[in-house]
Write a protein of this length. Sequence first.
Length: 145
Amino acid sequence: MALEYTLSIIKPDAVRKRLIGQIYSRFEKNALVVVIAKRVRLTREQAENFYNVHKERSFFPQLVAFMSSGPIMVQVLKAESAVSRNREIMGDTDPRRAKPGTLRADFATTIEENAVHGSDSIETAKKEIAFFFPEFSASCKDHPC
Ligand code: ATP
Ligand code: MG
């Protein structure tokens, strides 16, 4: 197992529901260390750029509108196998299919408003960390971000 970094977002629905503390508690219970974080509100253009990989999907306009609808909490998480560990505690994209005890099972409402985002691979994590925290990426010498 290798030490990894991954990008996590607490989405506008969960920030509105004041779930930042409970979600941070899940990170800490699962040995995911928050190493840098900020609360921001994305513009439409920033949301489009971040989810650019989904631009051809039918749900893209709604996804962009939702992600720019209110503040989000963005953090870099560090752990052994951080990418898969975070995806595991997040649960399935669709909260109806998410395993009990996962963030999406407990806190998400719908597949669109699903509480959290997590990078899906080490490569994606590098890009997503650089998107939100260029200064953190630039300072990485001894870790894979
Ligand atoms: P995320 O990238 O946000 O962590 P994910 O990797 O589980 O989620 P993706 O397939 O990357 O899922 O989809 C990105 C986001 O787009 C989802 O989190 C969800 O908000 C939205 N989305 C995905 N599939 C659908 C769908 N069928 N209908 C509506 N929205 C969807
Ligand atoms: Mg994804």
